[in-house]
Design a protein around this ligand. Structure first.
Ligand code: ZN
Ligand code: FE
Length: 269
């Protein structure tokens, strides 16, 4: 996948807009234009658009209502084009997408590539690109979370592992724009898996400080996920040993380790 940073260096603004209980609607602002990702409700987006921004595009990662509940209202009120996964039923979609497709947004001056990342839902997609010369990003919906991953509602452990490893091969400095503020709870669980992971311990402290100030813990960075997210670390000896211990047997494949971790997280209170 060839990714080119935009030629002009106009700074972009990347904002996680809190919505519903614990969702973020991501907004990128640049050149007086905006895009948003996964609007679960319209109101918090409209509040920001009232400052004279043109909403150019609404990007959808998957069909769940907490990601699409605001799509129709925002489309009708702004005329923005709606992009979304070809393989899913959406309340509205002008441009259906799957892996290999490209999203060109001339107003905001940005371009994204589409990845298929099934597992949480069957047709889940991600948007990968640069928001300015310095900052590669991925909008990954409910697939990769900070120190966690989405539940497997419509996919298998093998599919999700494949989707996460696809994300893991992007540039390490990629900003990971997840759709939920789940970080603190995910880290509590991750510390059960890897209690001696120093990077994870540091992340726990950073996250606690941010949440105490009611600040978002996102975006994350891909290199931090590779260091601290058990679901991205199924090949690490410490993670494999923890999964073996949890399963009380020797797990002989990354898929088996991943499945054990996912069940462990489901059962974690
Ligand atoms: Zn979801
Ligand atoms: Fe969600």
């Amino acid at each position: 996948m060839k990714l080119i940073a935009p030629a002009d260096d106009a700074p972009a603004t990347l904002i996680p807009i809190p919505a519903l209980a614990d969702n973020y609607i991501w907004m990128v602002q640049k050149n007086g234009h905006a895009l948003i990702v996964d609007p679960g409700e319209p109101a918090p987006v409209e509040a920001l658009l009232s400052h004279g921004l043109t909403l150019e595009a609404i990007l959808i990662t998957h069909h769940h209502n907490d990601h699409t509940g605001g799509v129709r209202a925002l489309q009708q009120r702004t005329g923005a084009r709606v992009y979304g996964p070809r393989a899913e039923n959406l309340p509205a979609c002008d441009v259906p997408l799957s892996e290999g497709d490209q999203v060109d947004l001339p107003g905001i001056g940005l371009q994204f590539h589409v990845l298929d990342i099934p597992g949480h839902t069957a047709g889940h997609i991600a948007y990968v690109g640069f928001i300015d010369a310095e900052r590669p990003v991925i909008f990954c919906g409910d697939t990769l979370f900070a120190a966690g991953c989405g539940r497997l509602f419509e996919g298998t452990p093998a599919q999700m592992l494949e989707s996460l490893s696809k994300i893991g091969n992007l540039r390490p400095e990629t900003l990971v724009c997840c759709a939920h503020e789940y970080t603190a709870a995910n880290i509590r669980w991750a510390l059960q898996v890897e209690p001696d992971n120093v990077a994870l311990q540091a992340r726990a402290r950073d996250t606690a400080r941010l949440r105490a100030q009611n600040q978002p813990t996102l975006p994350s960075r891909l290199d931090l996920e590779l260091q601290t997210n058990p679901f991205m670390r199924t090949w690490q000896p410490e993670v494999r040993a923890a999964a073996d211990h949890r399963a009380a047997r020797r797990l002989d494949s990354p898929q088996a380790v991943f499945a054990c971790l996912r069940q462990w997280k489901n059962d974690f209170k």
